[in-house]
Design a protein around this ligand. Structure first.
Ligand SMILES: NC(=O)c1ccc[n+]([C@@H]2O[C@H](COP(=O)([O-])OP(=O)(O)OC[C@H]3O[C@@H](n4cnc5c(N)ncnc54)[C@H](OP(=O)(O)O)[C@@H]3O)[C@@H](O)[C@H]2O)c1
Length: 323
């Protein structure tokens, strides 16, 4: 496996890998079983060995389980890893209850995260959402105070609007925007991506496979107990139509000697030098395939084919990412 390219995070920020490792699916999020921890830790360590240093976790991923897992994986090699943590989501028994972004809650969350991760400083700390009940000034201002205390190095935001990004950046320079982005979800291209570029904010783009839709493995109809069926994108005729679009991706992938997932990641990667695909990988076997995706480029004709097939609105129905 080749070492991965590094990019600068934000304006004059640290160097991080252009491919990020999403750790969320290494824990039970919605109450399902916990994936094999030994394999998850080996995956993180093999990623670090290959220069994939950007690790993404959240204090609510498995109620702290994910941070403890990451902490075990980076023990003795802190300098190899760049740790990105989200906070603010409140879960109970696998159910999302809402957000708590009060300054006093943030000051509480950070200490638990540092303990679970077994580190002194979090490299990138970010509210997982904004909700209007606490001002952006108070949220970002509190994280800025944590920088003064030495508990945090850089501030990020996640799933915000262009206006919220601008407001946050006025309080303190924002290094990264974490946001869902894929061939199937391109709504951010009109306002949010241009705002991030203008402000010098790096884009950490997750859900590149659109919840697995773009892997080419999905078949209609899905089993009734599949969690995807909660979202209209994966139901009935919507899924049938959406999978017809995925056939175009599959054909292009076959022509290029690649997999559909590789093209889905490569397309995100191609959207800009400041855009990092953040990909969930819980097994080592995923790493060579997804790392190789970072070397795939597209001709003008191939890019036009993908952009036309997956034009905004082409994929029917929504997911939890609906904006
Ligand atoms: N800020 C937010 O609101 C937010 C929301 C969701 C996620 N995130 C972060 O973003 C990361 C990525 O998001 P995501 O998990 O939703 O999307 P994703 O990276 O598209 O992953 C979806 C699924 O694709 C699978 N996969 C990966 N490589 C594959 C390959 N080569 N072939 C076939 N399947 C493959 C993964 O399986 P395996 O796990 O089995 O390898 C995973 O179950 C998460 O880990 C998390 O850190 C952030």
């Amino acid at each position: 496996m080749e070492n991965i390219t590094k990019i600068q995070l934000g304006n004059n920020g640290p160097l991080v890998s252009k491919l990020g490792l999403g750790c969320m699916r290494m824990s039970s999020i919605w109450g399902g079983p916990t994936p094999d921890e030994t394999e998850s830790i080996a995956t993180i360590q093999e990623a670090l060995d290959n220069g994939i240093n950007f690790l993404n976790t959240g204090d609510f991923y498995g109620a702290g389980h994910n941070e403890m897992l990451v902490g075990r994986a980076i023990k003795g090699r802190r300098a190899d890893a760049f740790i990105s943590v989200k906070f603010g989501a409140i879960f109970h028994n696998g159910q999302w209850l809402g957000l708590d972004l009060r300054p006093l809650a943030i000051k509480n969350f950070i200490n638990y995260s540092l303990t679970r991760l077994g580190i002194e400083t979090i490299d990138l700390y970010q509210p997982c959402r904004m909700d209007g009940s606490v001002s952006i000034e108070d949220i970002i201002g509190t994280v800025a105070d944590l920088i003064k205390e030495g508990k945090v190095k850089h501030i990020g935001v996640s799933e915000v609007t262009a206006d919220q990004l601008r407001q946050a950046n006025k309080v303190y320079p924002i290094s990264a925007l974490e946001i869902g982005y894929s061939l199937a979800d391109r709504q951010i291209e009109s306002e949010l991506l241009p705002a991030a570029k203008e402000l010098g904010v790096s884009v950490v783009a997750f859900a590149n496979t659109a919840e697995g839709l773009l892997t080419g493995d999905m078949k209609a109809p899905l089993p009734q107990n599949d969690y995807h069926t909660h979202f209209s994108r994966f139901q009935g005729e919507n899924l049938v139509e959406n999978l017809k679009k995925v056939e175009v991706l599959k054909k292009l992938a076959a022509d290029k000697g690649a997999t559909p997932t590789q093209l889905a990641i490569a397309w995100v990667n191609a959207q800009g030098a400041h855009i990092m695909p953040l990909v969930s990988m819980s097994k080592r076997v995923r790493l060579p395939e997804n790392t190789a995706a970072m070397n795939i480029s597209f001709s003008v004709e191939e890019m036009n084919l993908l952009n036309d097939t997956f034009a905004i609105g082409a994929i029917l129905g929504g997911t939890y990412l609906q904006r």
